[in-house]
Design a protein around this ligand. Structure first.
Ligand code: GLY
Length: 308
């Protein structure tokens, strides 16, 4: 058995490990761990600790995929619920749909008994307010929010403030291979912007016959390349795990227009090998790994890959 997650998973990783040790269903274990990340204010890219959109409103994205059935649940731009990985899991379990967004997702959350949460952390609100004061003219500030926001996506939107997302992958010979994600997305994003974390095939994908992948950082690139699906499909077509990830990196590297920055790909195969590569993200990128042969989880450094 193996559990893999990115650095931001620290508040919940051990809970997921313990639940897996105790025999929990893999997605239940990962969703419970992510729930702890979503509540942790020190994680500045997921849940309560995340950053708001341009209007100062929180919008959360999440996705889950059951690699045994290839069923998916996802939610995007959820305004008032922190536990969005759990909400995505319920979309998968209860609805004939794959994805709900915005007020529809919020309505579903209320119908099934999720609380409406306090979602905007005071420090995030303060930094957002300061940013507006710096970037907007006095005329724009006087009219805000009744101004065109699109030009601001070139000035105040700040993907670098968000280093991450949280992604969890599990692989077990008996329970299968599964994926779960959650994020608050880019700081000061345009309202309604979805990242890759709720998009099956881009931010996550799992197929128990071959493996799974999940991405962090620049969703605007992985959505264009269907990165998570590329990794799993390449394994289906016979590539090894590392060759499959290399193909996905090659596709990201071919992009030469639009918003380009770093991507981290986390991937596992059906033999419970894993690969985590850092393509163009600055600094050291770490991830959590636990196998049932290990007494405790370990924090490792992602392989840096360079392309033109
Ligand atoms: N990968 C997270 C995002 O683009 O929002």
């Amino acid at each position: 058995m193996l559990l893999l997650a990115n650095n931001e998973a620290w508040p919940g990783f051990e809970t997921s490990v313990q639940m897996l040790r105790d025999g929990a269903v893999s997605l239940d274990a990962m969703v419970a761990g992510i729930g702890m990340v979503e509540k942790e204010v020190k994680v500045r890219s997921v849940g309560y600790g995340g950053w708001p959109n341009m209007l100062g409103e929180m919008e959360f994205d999440a996705g889950v995929m059951d690699g045994n059935t290839r069923e998916v649940g996802s939610v995007g731009a959820v305004p008032r619920t922190l536990a969005v990985a759990a909400l995505a899991h319920q979309v998968m379990k209860r609805l004939p749909h794959v994805m709900l967004t915005g007020e529809g997702a919020q309505r579903f959350a209320s119908e099934i008994g999720f609380a409406e949460d306090k979602v905007l952390f005071e420090d995030s609100r303060r930094v957002w307010g300061e940013r507006l004061q710096q970037e907007l003219t006095p005329q724009q500030l006087a009219k805000f929010p009744n101004i065109d926001l699109a030009p601001l996506s070139r000035t105040i939107t700040d993907p670098e403030r968000v280093r991450d997302t949280t992604v969890f992958l599990s692989a077990d010979a008996r329970r299968g291979i599964h994926a779960a994600t959650s994020t608050s997305g880019w700081a000061w994003k345009y309202p309604g912007r979805l990242g890759d974390s709720p998009i099956p095939g881009a931010g996550f994908y799992a197929d128990s016959r071959y493996g799974a992948a999940a991405c962090t950082h620049t969703g605007e690139m992985t959505m264009r390349c269907a990165t998570a699906r590329t990794v799993v499909l390449a394994m289906k077509l016979g590539r090894s795990l590392s060759d499959a990830v290399a193909l996905a990196v090659e596709e990201l590297a071919e992009l030469d227009t639009g918003f380009l920055a770093g991507v981290v790909i986390h991937a596992v195969d059906a033999e419970q090998n894993h690969e985590v590569v850092n393509f163009r993200c600055e600094g050291e990128v770490r991830y959590w790994l636990w196998k049932d042969s290990m007494p405790a989880p370990v924090l490792r450094t992602a392989k840096r890959v360079t392309r033109k």
